[in-house]
Design a protein around this ligand. Structure first.
Ligand SMILES: C[S@@+](CC[C@H](N)C(=O)[O-])C[C@H]1O[C@@H](n2cnc3c(N)ncnc32)[C@H](O)[C@@H]1O
Length: 438
């Protein structure tokens, strides 16, 4: 092992009993650092730490700092250097380090499927040689950030409890965006099962479901550790037999579990009655298009800003989609930390007496306090704080929250299929939505 103490190193290390995590750190002495890990790791001889990757850099503090920023969502805890691990993530960490401008040379890298560390030639292949660009590296990490938000059980429970139970009766529910199920001998491992799958399994009998079909997406950020192949789980409840939930796990050939894979589309179109999941942000447009076109009922999570984004607004304007009951502010990242994001439920199920109507203050314009009404440079009225003028015929601008609180069900309609961006004294204000009385 290279131990020139005048040099600076970045390493990725893993303890043999912690196969879903790794540590990424800096040191001037690789040998010493590894023996420190092995003197402390789990205080057990069986829990051996090994390097997965080591390299020399010209400024280890800076590189370590950049790794923390780049992979912030993949850290187990902000205060510790523990990162979520699987083989593909390791490749991402290594790619990032090797493409860093302060990278000097690679020293060790773990061979695939072989825990033994191998010494590789001390060369520095370019990004081009590895077929990726710096932009690819950054975009990949960004995609993780936006797609890998996992739904909390309580958010699924809270929303579903708002609807009439009858809507589920004798229905086949399809959860088609990485809704893995981990079941052994009739026991569900909750940590390795999506909140959607778990909720419907727990409430199968109560809701009177006919069938639940879930899929696992063959995704490198495999939070449920369901493996590298796309999977279909068919869940039924055999009341007349043993009264137990039956999970049949299928691994169809060449199936990646993508919602737009022909097999997923077949299930959607031929078997599903209701679609329910939290689709990936990066594929949201395609997802809405496919699910809406299928004509099935759905209850899904998406960003609050969908109500002011052109691709989604036409569905809202034509009454094919509307807001569900609740906002969803908290998700889990792949390291199972709570992460804030502006989510909301969207559906095509009837909404009964939306509790958020109470937030809407529909009153004559003259009664709206001055600080909550103003005109922009184009003389368009802008209202805030959920005030709505009851006696204005012309279009006026409101925030997305007003739409999500149900104003379109109160005798108002969208004016156009795009965001309205007001300017006041030439200064851009935050984007809104133009509505008018019907
Ligand atoms: C927002 S997460 C939600 C995961 C899970 N459904 C939940 O609610 O916790 C979106 C998931 O969709 C996965 N995904 C990405 N592209 C997909 C695709 N084409 N088809 C199905 N799932 C996909 C992502 O990897 C990620 O696991």
């Amino acid at each position: 092992m290279e131990t020139d103490k005048s040099k600076q190193y970045i390493y990725i290390v893993q303890a043999s009993k912690e196969d879903t995590k790794c540590k990424i750190g800096k040191t001037n002495d690789l040998e010493q650092r590894l023996s420190t890990y092995n003197n402390t790791t789990g205080k057990s001889k069986e829990n051996i730490s090994q390097y997965l990757f080591t390299c020399e850099v010209s400024d280890m503090t800076q590189v370590e700092k950049d790794i923390k920023t780049q992979f912030s969502k993949l850290r187990e805890q902000k205060s510790r250097e523990i990162y979520f691990y699987n083989n593909d993530l390791l490749a991402d960490y290594v790619n990032f380090i090797k493409s860093h401008k302060l990278f000097v040379k690679e020293i060790f890298v773990k061979e695939d499927n072989n825990p033994i560390i191998k010494i590789v030639p001390k060369t520095k292949p370019s990004l081009k040689e590895r077929g990726i660009s710096q932009k690819d590296v950054l975009e990949r990490a960004k995609r993780v950030e936006y797609d890998e938000f996992y739904t909390r059980y309580e958010d699924v429970e809270k929303e579903i409890s708002m609807y009439d139970k009858e809507i589920w009766k004798n229905k086949t529910v399809f959860c088609n965006c990485d809704d893995a199920v981990d079941e052994k001998n009739g026991k569900i491992n909750e940590k390795r099962t999506s909140a959607f799958a778990l909720f419907f399994i727990n409430n199968f009998k109560n809701l009177g479901l006919k069938k639940l079909i879930c899929t696992h997406y063959a995704n490198k950020y495999d939070i449920f550790l369901a493996g590298k192949n796309g999977l279909v789980y068919v869940i039924t409840y055999e009341m007349e037999k043993d009264g137990k939930i039956k999970v049949e796990k299928q691994s169809p050939e060449n199936y990646d579990g993508s919602f737009d894979h022909p097999l997923s589309l077949k299930i959607l179109n031929e078997e599903a009655d209701i679609v329910c999941t939290n689709p990936p942000f990066s594929r949201m447009q395609d997802y809405w298009k496919i699910v809406i076109k299928s004509g099935k009922n759905f209850l899904i999570i998406a960003n609050i800003t969908n109500v002011k984004n052109q691709p989604y607004m036409s569905y809202i304007k034509t009454n094919q989609v509307w807001a569900g009951y609740n906002r969803v502010d908290w998700f889990q990242n792949p390291s199972r930390e709570l992460t804030e994001a502006a989510g909301h439920w969207y559906t095509n199920f009837p909404i009964e007496n939306r509790p958020k109507y109470e937030l809407l203050k529909i009153i004559p314009l003259k009664n709206i306090p001055d600080k909550f009404k103003k005109y922009d440079d184009s003389k368009i009225l802008m209202v805030d704080n959920c005030y709505i003028p009851s006696n204005v015929k012309k279009p006026f601008a409101v925030s997305v929250r007003v739409i999500l609180n149900g104003i379109l069900e109160k005798g108002y309609q969208l004016v156009e299929n795009k965001e309205y961006v007001p300017y006041i004294n030439g200064k851009r204000c935050f984007g809104r939505v133009l509505i008018k009385k019907t």
